[in-house]
Design a protein around this ligand. Sequence first.
Ligand code: NI
Length: 174
Amino acid sequence: MAKLQILEFPDERLRTKAAPIEVVDDALRSLIDDMFETMYDAPGIGLAATQVNVHRRLLVADVSEDRSEPLVLINPEIVERDGVQTCSEGCLSVPTITADVTRAERIVVTGLDRNGESIRVEADGLLAVCIQHEMDHLQGKLFVDYLSPLKRQMVRKKLEKRARLEREHAEVRA
Ligand code: NI
């Protein structure tokens, strides 16, 4: 397994719309394993392929405390949604930033698992938030898109400054 690089806002590649996956093979399973390793290492509770610069409809998630509920969704589609909930969200592609986002309280998602078998997942609470957040990534959408333009501009400035400081520190270390 290998840790993958996570793209960070405002990287334009995060805006790419992912294409459906046609074949679930060993190469894809290897990518899935790498995505889990990357997500757990970060640490995070969800990761979309878009975030590791693979523009295909795939996400992984695990909202458990002890990494006991790994979920793989290939070509996910929301077939039912109910209710609303507002949750403070963060994102591995938007480090250090959190913001309240309102989403469906309960969803039903269909897709394929890592063996290419059809699955149907009923999710509520945090898992429902996580799946909706990751599915947004597959559409090129980020949680900061739900903020006002002014607030999003502040986030962009903050992260650009952070990236600049990191580059300068890297140069000092070199
Ligand atoms: Ni995210």
